[in-house]
Every structure is written in structure tokens, then in C-alpha cells.
Write a protein that binds this ligand. Structure first.
Ligand code: ZN
Length: 245
């Protein structure tokens, strides 16, 4: 079977927090190390067309989107281009502050930037809710992120198709930290942990979740569909009678 081509997108080019080569490169590196995928490419917002040319998107099976605060400066034409590819079946993994990305809001139709947050380095306990889902395969009942940014409810998403993880934070808040949506032919997975000043993308559990998420979101081959009535449908027979009378 052909290996999946992955593109990892980041709003920043270069070092970020505890990631000397950038968050996008840290993610691309562990995807590369897994030997599970085909081409692994990166794209960043400062590049022309935000690095997301039509040719690159057409050759991308799953797009991983990490963003922080520059959502409003993402060009609407590029958002539209990504949206169309998701409608056609490209998978989309939205990480951490990508909750506020224009593409997320456009896909699910609600103010996804609404949530409670606090950057105070608290413990986050990530509970696996759906233990039979491909994205939670190999994950324990729960795991702890010793130092994390708090994201709490209420989170402005619509009811997700599947709720896979719920996080509990030391300050008492809870958050729907891992959930899926399907839009058009595309599968979308949002996963919250991953603040740039904490080494969260170096954690084996987090790497496993993202790798599982990419595999789950992979497009399936679509058989062509024909619009209109099949030759032996009652409607088609009726039309034929009409014409012969
Ligand atoms: Zn953050």
C-alpha cells in the first residue's frame, strides 16, 4: 500500500519555545523517525501562499496544523483552498492553539476560539475516553503531562462526532482535549496538549496519539459516483414511458 504523504504546517518559521528547530520540525522529526509515512514536508505561514500551494496540498494525504496566535493573518484564499481539500478527503490534524484557526471554525461552524485558558505550568491528566478507537490504540487509561497549559471548558465546538480524550487540570478544570469531526469526505482530529514552552511533543504518548490520528485521518479511495437515476430505477422507467407515449 502507498505510504501517506504528510505536511506539517506552523504559523512560525524557526525556533519556538523549547523547540530549537520549531514546533513543526519537532513534529516532522518524530513522524520521520516512525518510518510509517511517505513524504514528510513542512510549510510555514511566512512562506509564499503560507507554504500551501495547490500542488503541495494535492499531494498531501494528511495536513497537520499547529498555530498559536496569528490566526487572523492567515489568508482567506488559503483557508478556502485547505477547506476544499478536506471536502475532497484530505485528513486534517489540528493541534493545540489551532483551536482558534480559521480553518477549524470554517469546518465546524462555531466559535472554536472560545475556551478557558491559563499558562501556569500545571499538571494535566489526559483520560482516554474511547478505548476501542484507532487513535487511542496503545494508550493507557490515562497519562500525565507534568507541566502543561490549562485549556478548560466551555470550549466553543459543536458536539464532536467522537470524544476520545478528556483532560483534567490541577486547577480543577476539564476539557474535551481529543475529538473528531467528519466534514465532506475529510476526517478531522483535534488534540489540545502541545504548548510551545513545554516539551509535550517529546512525550511518547503524545507522539503515539498524533501518529495514530494521522493514520485514522488518511483518505480512503473513493469510487466515482454518477448523479441522476440508474437505468433501472422506477424514475428512469417512468421517464422512458413518458418519452415513448
Ligand atoms: Zn499554548
Amino acid at each position: 500500500m502507498r505510504k501517506l504523504n504528510i505536511t506539517v504546517w506552523d504559523e512560525t518559521q524557526g525556533p519556538m519555545g523549547v523547540y530549537p528547530k520549531g514546533v513543526y520540525q519537532a513534529i516532522a522529526d518524530f513522524l520521520e523517525d516512525s518510518n510509517e509515512f511517505g513524504k514528510i514536508r513542512t510549510a510555514t505561514q511566512p512562506q509564499p501562499e503560507h507554504g500551501l500551494s495547490q500542488d503541495l496540498l494535492d499531494d498531501t494525504d494528511v495536513l497537520v496544523w499547529w498555530a498559536h496566535i496569528h490566526h487572523s493573518t492567515v489568508d482567506d484564499a488559503i483557508v478556502e483552498r485547505v477547506w476544499r481539500r478536506v471536502m475532497d478527503g484530505m485528513g486534517l490534524i489540528l493541534l493545540h492553539s489551532a483551536h482558534g484557526a480559521k480553518i477549524f471554525t470554517k469546518l465546524v461552524g462555531t466559535p472554536t476560539d472560545v475556551l478557558r485558558w491559563r499558562e501556569s505550568g500545571e499538571l494535566e491528566r489526559v483520560w482516554t475516553i474511547d478505548r476501542s478507537h484507532p487513535i487511542t490504540a496503545g494508550l493507557p487509561e490515562y497519562f500525565d503531562i507534568p507541566v502543561s497549559e490549562m485549556y478548560g471548558e466551555h470550549f466553543g465546538i459543536p458536539t464532536p462526532d467522537e470524544l476520545l480524550f478528556i483532560s483534567w487540570h490541577e486547577g480543577g478544570e476539564v476539557f474535551r482535549s481529543g475529538c473528531t469531526f467528519k466534514r465532506g469526505h475529510g476526517k478531522i482530529f483535534f488534540f489540545a496538549p502541545g504548548h510551545e514552552t513545554y516539551p509535550i511533543y517529546y512525550m511518547p504518548e503524545v507522539k503515539q496519539i498524533i501518529i495514530n490520528g494521522i493514520k485514522w485521518a488518511a483518505p480512503l479511495p473513493l469510487t466515482p459516483i454518477t448523479h441522476g437515476h440508474s437505468p433501472d430505477s422506477p424514475q428512469a422507467k417512468h421517464n422512458k414511458l413518458d418519452k415513448s407515449s
